[in-house]
Write a protein that binds this ligand. Structure first.
Ligand SMILES: Nc1nc2c(c(=O)[nH]1)N[C@H]1C(S)=C(S)[C@@H](COP(=O)(O)O)O[C@H]1N2
Ligand SMILES: [Mo]
Length: 221
């Protein structure tokens, strides 16, 4: 089991984001369907790729990187980067939607699809939720089905190049159908759980699921 690091002290941005959750900032109240619209309600398109995190940049080489897969699984994994690369590789192109309202189209990812990871670790029936643990102390939770989504992957490359450290390299999760805070950077552990538990933003006013098409930005309570 991997040791848990405390997240860094709350930055100005973290405190602003907590305030936005309390105020319901950016909410449009509109619902759009992905079949009709490519840009979810309240989002705007950006061509650059903003960096968003807790302000602490873990410095992990591919050599030192490890992935711990544990909890309600038949076959716990502890992989190094070479073992990740030895698995079947997938390439997906997907859009990013950050809850702070920027979206970025056509990101080319390469890595291990979550469905292939699931085939390797074989979750037990009671595994209904997934907690992602990151090297900066960040956590985020997903329902099993959201983790297992078709185009979700553990990405090590973007646009054909190694994923940059500031964007979560060596390896980050990408769950394209949810707001981007669910896509944990600097992924170090995946924990399968019978009961749901909130992660870093989910305890700070952000929605438990985070579907951008129905603007699940903030929690209701
Ligand atoms: N480990 C970790 N993962 C994280 C975060 C973080 O602070 N730490 N921030 C999340 C948020 S709020 C967003 S919008 C995206 C930003 O990813 P990017 O910096 O590559 O754009 O990462 C998500 N994953
Ligand atoms: Mo975000």
């Amino acid at each position: 089991m991997s040791e848990d690091h405390e997240p860094p002290p709350e930055s100005k941005l973290t405190r602003s984001k907590e305030r936005w959750a309390r105020e319901g900032k950016f909410l449009t109240g509109k619902i759009t369907r992905p079949e009709d619209e490519r840009l979810p309600p309240g989002q705007h398109l950006t061509r650059d790729w903003p960096v968003l995190d807790l302000g602490f940049l873990p410095n992990i080489s591919r050599e030192r990187w490890r992935l711990d897969v544990y909890g309600a699984v038949e076959n716990p994994l502890f992989w190094d980067f070479a073992q990740l690369l030895a698995q079947k590789q997938s390439q997906f192109v997907s859009d990013i939607h950050c809850v702070t309202t920027w979206s970025r189209y056509d990101n080319q990812w390469e890595g291990l699809s979550t469905s292939d990871l699931l085939a390797a670790c074989r979750p037990r029936d009671e595994a209904r939720f997934v907690m992602l643990h990151s090297s900066d102390g960040y956590t985020t939770n997903l329902a099993f089905e959201d983790f297992a989504a078709d185009t979700a992957l553990l990405a090590h490359s973007w646009s054909g190049k190694p994923l940059e450290a500031e964007h979560g390299g060596p390896v980050r999760l990408v769950v394209p159908h949810l707001y981007f805070w669910k896509s944990a950077k600097w992924l170090k552990a995946i924990e399968f759980l019978g009961d749901d538990a909130p992660g870093y933003w989910e305890v700070r006013g952000y929605h438990n699921r985070g579907d951008p098409w129905s603007e699940q930005r903030y929690s209701d309570d």
